[in-house]
Design a protein around this ligand. Structure first.
Ligand SMILES: Cc1cc2nc3c(=O)[nH]c(=O)nc-3n(C[C@H](O)[C@H](O)[C@H](O)COP(=O)(O)OP(=O)(O)OC[C@H]3O[C@@H](n4cnc5c(N)ncnc54)[C@H](O)[C@@H]3O)c2cc1C
Length: 394
């Protein structure tokens, strides 16, 4: 990897700006398809990809009015298993895919009524949902408080250890020949309606007829993209805790648990190595990544309300990340104005889940094929005044 500040005289078939899970998955698959790929990222340690909980949760993430997003998320979970298997084969490292499903629990009757409304909607969309009374919930997760009013098992949800997954993607990309430049893309260069490459913060251009902007919530800071697309991506802050079992303590949960506690949502995601992720806040605070005492308190309070044993786990880490949000909560994937200029961002709450299918869609664009039809509502063109498939068109 060239040191920061060194002029880079490089050409490539494709430049990818951003090395979170989206950019790295794209870079790996593009290199595997035979393209010469340069990935540019100044430092990956601020990436949302390393903060995320790793839920692969099309079912428990399905919300009213997001039918098109649900279709992409279902495509994504169906693809995740084969993609992860190929990644594990390429690297020799397990990425911690778990398939136990999500147990959604409600703390009081009001929470239960809200869960039942969502469950009816999810069933109407053809999703599996098994209603459970309090006793049946505790049969699945014995440490749940008997105060839990009831719950629903959403068997179609999975999870992955997102840090292992991100590390494996980097390793696979390097092994496939992706060159990494540790710098920031300030501008995409275009001429005659065609991508020409990128300009770097610390000097030099990289010439390339294809450029993919995959810089997460920072994508809008890249000059040369159409103004409407730059304005469409914003950071949505999420604070999250990582807990660890004390030595010798058996795992306290096996399913992902999503709880509503007097109207507040909290989730607990188990890892094979004994970690339990507790998340997450959703805050409109611009690029702020600080961790606040109030958020730590609220997350622990709500987690302990449904799973009192949480208090015995070790508080190993507190962190905050920035989800790439968009006005319609949908990703922005595809051609972005000039020929060969592509965007892959805006994955908001589901970027880990959508990373394999995003890589598939972008590699399809790079190699002259059509992305899967599920992507039609999510083209950049919907923000640039061009028609997109939209809700209810399929
Ligand atoms: C608290 C929290 C919990 C979450 N939980 C889940 C979950 O359970 N499941 C799920 O699927 N998703 C989850 N997400 C969402 C998920 O993390 C994101 O959607 C996903 O990580 C976005 O990936 P990305 O690669 O687009 O962006 P990022 O991971 O943010 O990576 C962007 C990269 O771009 C680089 N960059 C920035 N500017 C430039 C530039 N100008 N030039 C070059 N590089 C640049 C940055 O250094 C960074 O490495 C969660 C997010 C948060 C914050």
């Amino acid at each position: 990897m060239p040191a920061k500040g060194v002029l880079v005289a490089v050409t490539a078939d494709v430049v990818v700006a951003g090395g979170g899970v989206i950019g790295t998955a794209i870079a790996w698959r593009a290199a595997a398809a035979g393209l010469g790929v340069v990935l540019v990222d100044p430092a990956r340690d601020e990436a949302a990809s390393l903060v995320a909980a790793g839920m692969l949760a099309p079912v428990s993430e399905a919300l009213f009015g997001e039918g098109a997003l649900l279709r992409v998320n279902l495509l994504a979970v169906a693809r995740f298993g084969s993609f992860a298997a190929e990644l594990e084969e390429a690297t020799g490292h397990r990425v911690g895919v778990r398939r136990e499903g999500t147990l959604a629990v409600a703390y009081d009757p009001g929470d239960y009524a809200a869960l039942m409304r969502l469950t009816a909607f999810r069933r109407s969309a053809g999703l599996d949902a098994e209603e459970l009374d309090s006793r049946a919930c505790r049969k699945l997760e014995s440490f749940l408080t008997p105060d839990v009013h009831g719950g629903v098992l959403f068997a179609g949800d999975w999870s992955v250890d997102n840090r292992r997954y991100a590390a494996a993607l980097q390793q696979a990309a390097a092994a496939a020949g992706v060159r990494v430049v540790r710098d920031r893309v300030t501008e995409v260069l275009t001429g005659d309606g065609q991508a020409r490459g990128v300009r770097l913060a610390d000097g030099g251009d990289i010439a390339s007829a294809q450029v993919v902007v995959a810089a997460g919530c920072w994508s809008g800071a890249v000059a040369g993209l159409p103004a409407e697309l730059r304005a469409a991506v914003r950071p949505v802050k999420g604070q999250l805790l990582r807990l660890r079992h004390p030595d010798g303590m058996p795992p306290v949960i096996t399913h992902t648990i999503r709880a509503t506690v007097r109207g507040a949502d909290v989730y607990l995601v188990p890892r094979a190595d004994g970690e339990v992720i507790v998340g997450a806040t959703q805050e409109e605070r611009g690029p702020d990544r600080t961790v606040t005492a109030g958020a730590v308190h609220d997350l622990l309070h709500d987690a302990m309300s449904v799973l009192p044993v949480t208090s015995e786990l070790i508080l190993a880490e507190t962190c905050a990340g920035l989800r790439p949000g968009t006005p319609d909560n949908g990703p922005v994937v595809g051609e972005a104005g000039a020929g060969g200029l592509l965007m892959a961002t805006g994955h908001y709450r589901n970027g880990i889940l959508m990373s394999p299918v995003t890589a598939d869609a972008i590699v399809a664009c790079l190699t002259g094929q059509r992305p899967a039809a599920e992507w039609e509502p999510f083209t950049p063109g919907r923000f640039a005044g061009q028609p997109a498939g939209g809700e209810g068109t399929r």
